[in-house]
Design a protein around this ligand. Structure first.
Ligand SMILES: Nc1ncnc2c1ncn2[C@@H]1O[C@H](COP(=O)(O)OP(=O)(O)OP(=O)(O)O)[C@@H](O)[C@H]1O
Ligand SMILES: [Mg+2]
Length: 403
């Protein structure tokens, strides 16, 4: 770590890149090391910094990988994905040369790239692959596998793409997932790796699609954690110095930030620091624990963050079907009490189901709530809690009649 580590500025909304990316070295190293052998599924709740990490893989590649990043959220079908991959690979001059030398049907397509714009290329390629995307896509990957360099395809927001596609055609969606898995399992492309991630839990999306998790079971799951309290304090110290010119901030003040956040989700660390600075300016006073608390409860938990939180609420309606009511009852119980044991939750579940409900269904519900990042189980304490304090605080404030 050089001096540059202290240059981070507040970034809200866009991925944090370059000097603004705060200390994700451990997980980034873990990913590169996993890629020696495996493909990776990057798992974390929304706004924990997955995209920032994925872009870092591309911005600062290691182990001689060429890295390509794809945001797949907007894609409507496999041919979109394949066209994007082809276009990105072909935009790399070294790969383009290689692909146009290598023969096969892709050759002509690649050669045309010299004459037409990339966007036009994508469009044409997409049209041409719409009917036989499995074959064409596989051919592309096989050709790439002949290249001696290592290639990493970073696929962001895959669960959202799957969700969108399954609304159109469930069969094609299932085929696409199997096709992707088959690519990862091919013996030939020893030089090709994938990092897959997204902002919603993929398991639930697969369940909805009626596909078992076998299509992703080969992926090495790597979790992105919130910042540790130490990381959080260091980060805030740097942000306060760079954004408010505050030097030598007291330990007590830093602790006040940590106390309010408890689970330092990077996004909310940024928002809280920005809002605390603004609140102090507005009051014309120095930053204090009181101002930090006020900034949290009046600004962080305020309606401009609503889309973030409401996403969680809306997902219950869209994805939990008849378990929506029980899910809400359990979440409210945990929000109010802070934590609940499995048997306390089971009792609450039975009440919510009007005395019915099987233990199996209950088990699945907890499993889904955990994989969708609402709650987490603490093995040490044997209890379930909200995955982040900020989500719990929001739940209490907006979804509870009596606190
Ligand atoms: N390492 C980091 N250093 C500093 N800020 C970060 C870091 N990671 C994330 N952030 C903050 O969190 C926000 C969200 O980051 P990012 O888009 O990478 O998260 P994400 O997990 O991909 O989110 P989503 O689930 O919505 O796709 C950024 O705008 C930034 O404020
Ligand atoms: Mg993201």
């Amino acid at each position: 770590m050089g001096d540059n580590v202290n240059k981070a500025r507040i970034v809200i909304g866009s991925p944090a890149r370059g000097l603004d990316l705060w200390d994700r070295e451990d997980v980034i190293r873990e990913i590169w090391s996993a890629l020696e052998r495996d493909n990776v599924l990057l798992v974390a709740p929304r706004r924990f910094g997955k995209t920032s990490i994925m872009l870092n893989l591309r911005d600062e590649p290691r182990d001689h990988f060429k890295v390509f990043y794809f945001d797949t959220e907007w894609m409507k079908g496999p041919e979109y994905f394949i066209a994007e991959v082809a276009a990105e690979l072909a935009a790399d001059s070294d790969l383009k040369q290689f692909l146009s030398r290598s023969g096969g049907t892709l050759r002509g397509v690649m050669e045309r790239l010299g004459e037409i714009q990339l966007s036009e290329f994508k469009l044409k390629f997409k049209e041409e692959t719409a009917r036989n995307w499995q074959e064409k896509g596989r051919e592309l990957i096989l050709q790439v596998s002949g290249h001696k360099g290592k290639i990493l395809l970073v696929v962001d927001e895959l669960p959202l793409m799957i969700q969108r596609m399954s609304g159109e055609d469930k069969n094609v969606t299932r085929d696409f997932l199997h096709w992707m898995r088959s690519l990862r399992q091919m013996p030939e492309p020893g030089n090709l790796r994938f990092v897959i991630g997204g902002s919603i839990g993929i398991e639930h999306v697969l369940k909805h699609l009626g596909t078992d998790t076998k299509v992703i079971s080969d992926l090495r799951r790597i979790k992105v954690d919130p910042f540790s309290h130490d990381q959080c304090r260091d980060f805030i110290r740097v942000l306060l110095s760079n954004e408010a010119n505050l030097q030598d901030v007291s330990a007590a003040l830093l602790q006040a930030f940590v106390d309010v956040l408890q689970t330092p989700v990077p996004h909310f660390v940024q928002i809280l620091v920005a809002e605390a600075i603004r609140e102090a300016e507005k009051q014309g006073r120095q930053l204090s624990p009181e101002i930090i608390h006020k900034a949290y409860s009046e600004r962080v938990l305020a309606s401009y963050n609503r889309t973030y939180f409401e996403h969680y609420y809306a997902r219950l309606r869209d994805y939990y079907a008849e378990e929506q009511g029980p899910a809400k009852a359990l979440l409210l119980g945990m929000a109010k009490r802070g934590e609940m044991t499995r048997s306390e939750l089971w009792n609450a579940y039975q009440v919510a189901r009007g005395g019915g409900g099987s233990e199996d269904d209950f088990g699945y519900l907890l499993f889904d709530l955990e994989n969708d990042f609402y709650i987490q189980y603490s093995v040490a304490d044997g209890v379930y809690r909200f995955a982040t304090k900020v989500l719990r605080d929001w739940w209490l404030r907006y979804y509870s009649v009596v606190k």
